[in-house]
Write a protein that binds this ligand. Structure first.
Ligand SMILES: Nc1ncnc2c1ncn2[C@@H]1O[C@H](COP(=O)(O)OP(=O)(O)O)[C@@H](O)[C@H]1O
Ligand SMILES: [Mg+2]
Length: 358
């Protein structure tokens, strides 16, 4: 059998999933080089994680695919994060955003479980702790932060600097930027990987944030291109996953936790949303079942940081820009978010610097 060409090898590697993501290793940028010399194939992989299990597992999988594609002799090397000097490394630009001390990503997981609600109200509760906070709505497919925070006119109001950087808008004391400010009828219905990567990069790097103690990023559902591009572009200090007690949601949250791990983002904790409903008579019910978040915490060792009750007025309030932290700051939902904010701030090592030296 003839040794496959470089193109054939690359095509064969498109069948290898990038661990933790809905992407293959080629389109995720993990295949740094492929060369065939004297009948011998050389493949260099670059992975963001130092986890030896992931690195070795992927190396073995690639070796298997190469053999299946007809390569008799192959050398597969896995480069450490950062890569070799001189190679183009998609993770090389990873740095901190100027003026932003900590970044926490809320996400992945199933759609509709309350990721945006958690992102917005967590930011408000962190603000109540005296931290300067921002929200970056990176849900390119369905940005809902403008509605929740009352910035539905954001597209008309948002301004760019002369060098085309985005100036955040302000809502309830938060600095806010949303993809929703820039998506219009002309934006693509289907975002392809490279477009997402470019958009997320511009979005994370191209914003003039004020000095912030914590920037909360609202991710789209799933384990796709947005979290990958975000983690390649900036250092994300922690990830939170949101689930309801429903089994399907718990399963998706589990995948999200795994994704954070593979992207080298420390998993800070699990938030169970819509866990109990309280009726006016004070009785508790469990509209989505019970114990999902606790079970996931038990399985993964990632702590359950908060259980946010289901409260019907949240829906109506968020539809008109009044999240529970603003609408009902003394209610049970607000109290649960306040507790979450303390746990998150502690884990991030975030400290208020208003009025301090720095
Ligand atoms: N604890 C809660 N109680 C009642 N409604 C909630 C709660 N959390 C979220 N919701 C509502 O559920 C819907 C989906 O929430 P959202 O935050 O947009 O989810 P996601 O970002 O995961 O898609 C919204 O209408 C929101 O107002
Ligand atoms: Mg959302």
């Amino acid at each position: 059998m003839q040794t496959p060409t470089e193109t054939e090898i690359r095509n064969a590697l498109r069948a290898v999933p990038f661990p933790g993501l809905e992407k293959d290793i080629v389109s995720a940028g993990a295949v740094r080089s492929v060369s065939v010399r004297n009948g011998r194939a050389h493949v260099a992989l670059l992975l963001p994680t130092r986890d030896p299990q992931v690195r070795e597992g992927l190396r073995d999988e690639v070796a298997r695919r190469l053999a299946a594609a007809g390569t008799l002799q192959a050398e597969v090397v896995v480069l450490p994060p950062g890569g070799r000097p001189g190679t183009r490394d998609p993770w090389a630009g990873r740095g901190r955003l100027p003026g932003v001390k900590r970044i926490v990503a809320v996400g992945a997981g199933k759609g509709g479980v309350g990721k945006s609600t958690v992102a917005a109200n967590l930011a408000l509760a962190l603000r109540d702790l005296g931290l300067r906070c921002g929200v970056m709505d990176a849900d390119i497919y369905g940005p809902s932060i403008p509605m929740i925070l009352g910035l539905e006119d954001g597209a008309e109001r948002v301004e760019l600097t002369p060098d085309r950087k985005i100036l955040p808008l302000e809502a309830h004391g938060l600095a806010v930027v949303s993809f929703g400010f820039f998506l219009g009828p002309g934006s693509p219905a289907v975002w392809r990987g490279p477009m997402v990567a470019k958009a997320v990069k511009q979005f994370s790097r191209g914003v003039v944030w004020p000095e912030l103690d914590v920037l909360v990023v609202d991710l789209p559902p799933g384990t796709g291109d947005v979290p990958l591009s975000l983690a390649q572009g900036v250092v994300v200090d922690g990830g939170l996953v949101v689930t309801t007690p429903q089994r399907l949601a718990v399963q998706e949250a589990g995948k999200a936790l795994e994704m954070f791990q593979k992207l080298d983002v420390p998993a800070l904790g699990i938030v169970e949303n819509m866990s109990v409903a309280l009726c006016a008579c004070g009785r508790r019910s469990h509209p989505f079942g019970r114990g999902g978040g606790k079970g996931l915490a038990g399985q993964t060792g990632v702590p359950l940081l908060a259980e946010i009750p289901f409260d019907a007025p949240v829906v109506e309030g968020e539809d008109r820009g009044a999240p529970p932290l603003i609408e009902d700051p003394r209610g049970t939902v607000a109290a649960a978010f306040a507790q979450l904010a303390v746990a998150v701030a502690e884990r991030l090592g975030a400290v208020a610097t208003v009025g301090a030296d720095g």
